[in-house]
Every structure is written in C-alpha cells, then in structure tokens.
Ligand binder design. Structure first.
Ligand SMILES: [Fe+2]
Length: 536
C-alpha cells in the first residue's frame, strides 16, 4: 500500500502536466533586450512566468490575472547575448521544467549559427528524425521557409509545436507563411499560433525583419502581393536600404526558380501547375535582391534541396524537413541552381565575421553538401576611433556629432576634435536618407595634456595575439597601473590592474579580438595615456 501511495505521488504531477498543457513553452521573437514566452492550456487558467539569470533564483515574476488558454508574456529589459532561465505555471497546478534561452547577439558579435528548413511534414518519422538532429545542433535560432503545417494550416500543435518542442523551448524558429498554411482559413490559425515580429507599417505578422549578430533577416509572405509598388514590396525596399548589418538574408516560401516539380503531381494552385518557380518574382523581387545587396535568398516549397548563385545572390531551397512526397528534376534549367538533391534534409548556417559557411544534412545527419563564402566587411553603421586627439568616424554621406546626447552645432565633418570630456556619438545618413547611429565613445579630455609615461612602451604594433606593456612609469614606487583596451566601438575588450615598483612588464591577451584598430588606455596616479594599436 505504501508503495502504491509513493508511486501515485511521483506520477501525479506528470499526470497534471499532461492534462492541462496543449503546448509546452516556446521562445518567440527574441531581440537583444526582449523576448516573448508562450504556452497553452486546455482550460482557461491564470498564467505566471518566472525568469532570471540564475536557475536557482528566478527573481522576476509576471502574472496575467485574466484566465486564458493562450498564455504569452512579453519580457523586456534583458541584456544582449545572455542566457536566461525561466519557468511557467498556472493556478490549476501546471508547473513547467526550468528552461533557458539566449537573447540575440549584438552587431559586434559575429559568431552565429542558425538552421534553415521548410515543408515540415505531418508529424511523421522523417520529420521527427530530422527534428532530433536539429536539436543536437544547438543553433541560435531557426528560419522556417513555410508550409509549417504540411496539411491545411489548422494543426500546428501536432505538426510543429509538438515535434519541435525541445528546440522551441530554448530558441526561436522564425517562420514564414507557405501556401499550405493558408488553406484552412487564409492564415488566421497560423497567425494565432505564432508570436512573430510586426515591425511593418500595418503591424502584420505576415512579413517582418529581425537581426542577430552581424546579420539581418527579412521575411516575406509570398502568398500575398509582393509586386513592385505593393505595400509589402515598398516595406522590403526600406528594409534593404536601411540595413545596418554585414550579411543580408531574405526568406519566404515560394522560390523564384526551381528545377524540381513533378508535372503529374496535383497542384491545386493555378498557375503553378508545371511549377518552375514564381515568374513574377524574377521580374519584381530578384532585381531588388541584386541591387540592394541581398546575400542569401532562402526558400522552401520544392520538396528537395537546391542551391546556387546568380548575379551575386545565393539561392537555397530547403523544403524537405519532413515532406514525404519528394520532388524530382523535370528538366528545368534554373540559372541560379548549381546543385540539387532530392532528399529529406535541413541546412545549417554558421557566420563568423566575414565568412558564411553552410552545410546540408540528410535525415541521417550526414553532410551531403557544404559551401563557404566570404564577404569583406564594410562598416554601414559608423564606427568611431580616437587617436588621443581626434575622433574619426567611418565613412558616411553626412555626419552629425553629439556630445552627451546634444547635437554639436556645426560639427558635420568626418572627424571631430574634442575639447571637453563626455560621451561622443555621430549619426551618419546614407544615400537613401537612412540614419545610422554610432555606439557612444567616452572621451576623457582632462588627462590629455600630460599624457605620457616616460620610457613606457606598448608593443608589438601591429600585434597578432597579445601586447606587452613594459618600461618605467616615471612616477612613485608601488603605484598600480590600470590597463584598458577598447575597440573602435568604444567597447572594452580587455582590462587588467597590475602592481608596479616604478617599472612594469606585463602582457595582455587579445587573441579573441578581430582585426582592426584598438586603443590602449593606461592610468596611474592621475596620469593617463592612450596608445593606438592595430591587429593584423
Ligand atoms: Fe508549398
């Protein structure tokens, strides 16, 4: 009898969870400082979210006093590229496990990994096998190229949220809407199921953009009007013109070209019978991709993998994350396709600075294609550097300088010589009228006049992995020397405090920094000196 009671106590909480939850926790639309966390219950209940940066102390608590089956909490005030832990509960006894997620990386951090897949399947074996593989990738986020529900767009709990629940509780998979997603009710269920960004004039979830690290992603709805002059097209152009990231991606469901379509396959969406791509995309969207520096176009719809490059734009179709009706070559000859594999698969991207590398993996996890491409870094947002006398901005079409948030009258050139201490920023404007703001740079002018430590050297310059600071301080014995190294964004990348006996010999490890200009600041006993160094 005791054994029975113990067993009941152990099993009961699981039983409660299984009964009240139709969708486990999901991470949606994370930015550098915000996130949306959602889950759903069978019955209307009062939901509570607890979160924090310590899994043993979830100090932040938010509750929605209105009982609902659709629980979601918009959380703000977070720190970029940071891990947060969270737990959800309801007043009916549901208590989730403690899950975790990362906020988006800022532009200055360039090592990002993400997945691209589409046409997910029907909660079938292949879809679940590929889901298990994708979970092991531990990607920052995913990009899902439509036909999220391979049926008629009314069963996301079973076909998407259930299959990918272990992925979605820790990372956001950004979806775009496919033709299957609008069959049942023109996408109403799709838009109800997801909590997507709405950063467009009509606040629709059908198209949006987001950034992660040094990459920007623009999502389109290829079921809706995207032709030149349409609201969606005009919004897309503005996103391209004002892009401030190194890598620019566009993702949507239907591809402009595909080599794959079975002519005998029933396709109930005229004129896409004998489908070889959306012809009007080639006249309306592709010229914009080529003119405004789009690097990658990610699609689904064709149940296969195809990739290639055309006029400087990379095109990838990844439409086999679970779809069982694989397409095959119909003797099309799309100019943007150089490799095509008619298999179930997904794509994993990794961006590290100037290099984007992607692999296609089949349903066993084997790499069946891999491509690397390099894009030299050209700053779009202004970056400031300070040589001890002059602040210099990277190139823009025009400049407005600010000190402590107040515009400096007449300061409109690429350089500015500070005469007072404070926080300096510059706003540049590009040829389309888009404005880009630099990160703030703190300048301390007070010490600039007597800035030199006699016989103190910072070397080598240029350096590769570390610098050495050595020589005599020329000041009293037993002083401490504070060492700070800043990048051109004004961000501290290394620091140390060393004791001296009037002379110093120490090294600073800078192996983790990228190539570029750095400023070394040395401070001791009210004497401050800055050294401009570069990393090759
Ligand atoms: Fe489709």
């Amino acid at each position: 009898m005791h054994r029975f009671i113990l067993l009941f106590v152990l099993v009961f909480p699981l039983f409660v969870n299984a009964q009240v939850t139709t969708r486990y926790n999901i991470i949606q639309r994370p930015t550098e400082n915000s996130v949306t966390i959602a889950w759903r219950t069978v019955n209307p209940e009062v939901g509570t979210l607890m979160y924090g940066d310590d899994p043993f102390s979830l100090v932040n608590v938010a509750s929605n006093p209105t009982a609902t089956t659709k629980h979601f909490f918009d959380v703000s005030g977070l720190t970029s590229d940071s891990k947060y832990f969270y737990q959800t509960s309801t007043d009916a006894g549901f208590l989730s496990a403690i899950d975790s997620f990362y906020t988006a990386k800022p532009d200055s951090l360039s090592d990002i990994t993400f997945l691209h897949y589409g046409d997910c399947g029907y909660n079938n074996t292949i879809q679940n096998d590929i889901a298990a593989l994708m979970l092991t990738e531990q990607a920052d986020f995913g990009v899902v190229a439509g036909d999220i529900d391979q049926g008629v767009g009314d069963d996301y709990e079973n076909i998407f949220f259930g299959v990918y629940k272990d992925i979605l509780k820790q990372s956001c998979h950004y979806t775009c809407i496919g033709n299957h997603d609008i069959i049942a009710d023109n996408g109403a269920t799709y838009k109800d199921a997801f909590y997507l960004p709405t950063n467009n004039p009509t606040s629709t979830e059908e198209y949006y953009s987001f950034t992660w690290g040094n990459a920007k992603f623009v999502c389109l709805n290829s079921n809706a009007d995207y032709t030149v002059g349409s609201p969606q097209y005009d919004w897309m152009l503005d996103e391209f013109k004002c892009n401030d990231r190194q890598w620019l991606y566009v993702f949507f469901h239907h591809p402009p070209w595909t080599n794959a379509w079975d002519a005998l396959y029933y396709v109930p969406f005229q004129p896409y019978y004998l489908y070889e791509g959306n012809e009007d995309m080639r006249t309306d969207l592709v010229p914009a991709f080529e003119s405004y520096g789009v690097d990658f176009v990610l699609n689904g719809h064709s149940h296969c993998y195809q990739r290639g490059e055309y006029n400087g734009v990379h095109y990838i179709i990844s439409g086999g994350a679970g779809a069982t009706t694989l397409d095959f070559n119909t003797n099309s000859n799309a100019p943007n396709i150089q490799n095509e594999l008619y298999i179930n698969q997904y794509v994993k991207f990794n961006i590290k600075g100037d290099t984007c590398y992607y692999v296609c993996k089949d349903e066993t996890g084997a790499i069946v294609d891999s491509v690397g491409t390099v894009k030299p870094f050209v700053p779009i947002r202004p970056e400031l550097s300070f040589d001890g006398t002059t602040i210099t901005s990277t190139v823009g079409d025009s400049y407005e300088w600010y000190l402590d948030g107040v515009q400096i009258t007449g300061a409109t050139s690429q350089t500015f010589v500070p005469t007072q201490s404070g926080v300096y920023e510059v706003i540049t404007t590009n040829q389309y009228g888009c404005q880009f703001e630099s990160d703030p740079l703190t300048i301390n002018v007070a010490g600039l006049a007597d800035l030199t430590f006699e016989n103190l050297s910072v070397y080598p310059n240029p350096f590769s992995d570390q610098i050495t600071i050595a020589g005599s301080l020329g000041i009293e014995l037993n002083a401490e020397l504070e060492i700070s190294v800043y990048n051109t964004l004004g961000q501290q990348v290394a620091s140390d405090v060393v004791s001296t006996n009037g002379s110093v010999y120490t090294t600073i490890n800078l192996a983790h920094t990228r190539t570029g200009i750095y400023v070394v600041e040395l401070v001791s006993n009210d004497v401050r000196s800055v050294y401009r160094i570069s990393k090759h």
